[in-house]
Design a protein around this ligand. Structure first.
Ligand code: ATP
Ligand code: MG
Length: 450
């Protein structure tokens, strides 16, 4: 019979359990109860070793055959990813992780893992990303992979703190909507009782409504859905968007200043809390870019051209262009974070404000970090009649946007805002090549499970 039985009847209580990181800080001779997953098992002569992993770290536990034959035998029979609990005392051990190990007094097998385990958390790199995502709950047992989401947690909390402390309130807007927010066909239809609805592509129109409602400054962290059949390393069909919208601005520069400070604060916070760990696992240094230059879209095109990069679309900058621009700006300005401003009207959504005396261009911006767009934003058109004509200009139906246009007829201040892709920010901070790695359970045109 396994010791499993014993757990039920006897003295083991997880209330006494401490995290492995805390156990490793205890003095030699101290008794501890730890529990976690079996990382590796080894038997050398009359000694069996098991490395146990919990959310806080790993520790090696040992049992000698001639001292504790029962524990020796249990350890010998353990398999990867079994869940176990160990009571024992600390001894120092130069050869071990953390300089200490635990001599096992009692060991309990709490849950056995089936064999073979499809992914070895100690060797996840050997596994293709597709298989890793199929077995995501196992993939995340690798400390390196879990760090991605610990960093995401730190990052989003830093963002929230930043915006709150600047007078923004967090709002929650509908994700089931009657109209495609940005127009276009890139929406997922939903059967809504006996009607058709869509999954929201962005909280755009609602956050603008809330500024005009009188909140003035709002932000939202929530999923957005894009029915684009992208097969790139930068696109998901479901991602987490950090949206802001603020009223009483002079122009888009006011939004840009707010967003760059939010991003700097976020990188700074992640760097101070996780900088060392990020360097260890991702071999990348997290410096906070201090200086964020602005270049206009037209300057960006000239820069690309003069550096030998052809842009297929004169009204756009493609991902290769962003990457090249990132290198050029880093070389010339020594920074990995910069704005491209004043995008052509043809490429921006109907609610974007045009430039005053230059209506082919807009009061808009993208923020590029380490060669990839992470934010798009703009000043919005707040004059109802201009908004209506821009809707027509984009070939959209004024009637279906009436719920939106009427908002502007009852007192709308100048305002602007932006949307940041959380997975892109995290991927760029960590130097992750494929955005799917930065989403817990990613959705793309092929993947709908797990
Ligand atoms: P791209 O040109 O890279 O496809 P976009 O300009 O269409 O992006 P926006 O509508 O401007 O995207 O979205 C704002 C931000 O949301 C982007 O800067 C990016 O960080 C993020 N984002 C946009 N689309 C996706 C996606 N499909 N998957 C993950 N993040 C995305
Ligand atoms: Mg964009």
């Amino acid at each position: 019979m396994e010791k499993f039985q014993k757990v039920m009847q006897m003295t083991l209580s997880f209330k006494e359990r401490i995290p492995i990181s805390e156990a490793l800080r205890k003095a030699e001779g101290d008794r501890v109860l730890i529990a976690g997953w079996v990382h590796t098992v080894r038997v050398v002569g009359g000694v069996s070793f098991v490395v146990i992993r919990d959310r806080s770290g790993m520790v090696q536990c040992v049992a000698k055959k001639n001292v504790n034959p029962e524990a020796f035998n249990i350890v010998k029979e353990l398999g990867s990813e079994d869940v176990v609990a160990v009571k024992g005392s600390l001894i120092s051990s130069k050869a071990s992780l953390g300089g200490k190990e635990i001599v096992i007094d009692e060991i309990y097998v709490i849950s056995r893992a089936a064999k073979p385990v499809p992914i070895d958390p100690d060797d996840w790199e050997k596994t293709s990303l597709a298989t890793r995502l199929d077995w995501r709950f196992l993939d995340l047992r690798s400390p390196r992979n879990r760090v991605i989401f610990e960093v995401t947690d730190v990052a989003i909390n830093a963002m929230r703190d930043f915006y709150r402390s600047n007078g923004f309130i967090e709002i929650f807007t509908p994700k089931i909507v009657a109209e495609a927010t940005e127009g276009g066909a890139e929406v997922f239809p939903v059967i809504y009782f006996d009607r058709n609805a869509f999954l929201a592509q962005s909280p755009q129109l609602y956050k603008q409504m809330m500024v005009i409602s009188g909140f003035e400054r709002v932000f939202e962290v929530g999923p957005v859905y894009r029915a684009e059949k992208h097969h790139t390393n930068r696109h998901l069909t479901e991602y987490e968007s950090v949206d802001i919208e603020m009223g009483f601005i002079d122009d888009h520069e006011d939004v840009m200043r707010m967003v760059e400070r939010a991003v700097q604060h976020t990188i700074e916070t992640v760097s101070s809390k996780y900088g060392k760990i990020v360097e260890e696992y991702f071999k990348i240094k997290l410096d906070t870019p201090k200086y964020v230059p602005r270049i206009t879209f037209r300057e960006a095109h000239k820069l690309l051209e003069s550096n030998g990069f052809k842009q297929p679309d004169p009204n756009d900058i493609d991902s290769e262009g962003e990457k090249a621009l990132g290198e050029i700006i880093e070389r010339e300005y020594g920074t990995q974070l910069f704005y491209v401003t004043e995008y052509p009207w043809v490429k921006r959504p109907f609610y974007t404000m045009k430039k005053d005396n230059d209506p082919n261009y807009t009061k808009s911006f993208d923020l590029i970090y380490r060669g990839m767009e992470i934010v798009s934003g703009s000043q919005r058109e707040h004059r109802a009649e201009v908004l209506e004509s821009q809707i027509k200009e984009k070939g959209l139906s004024v009637e279906s946007f009436n719920f939106f246009i009427r908002v502007f007829r009852y007192g709308a201040p100048p305002h602007g805002g932006s949307g940041l892709g959380l997975e892109r920010l995290v991927a760029q901070m960590l130097g992750i090549k494929n955005i799917r790695e930065a989403r817990l359970l990613p959705r793309d045109p092929e993947r709908l499970t797990p």
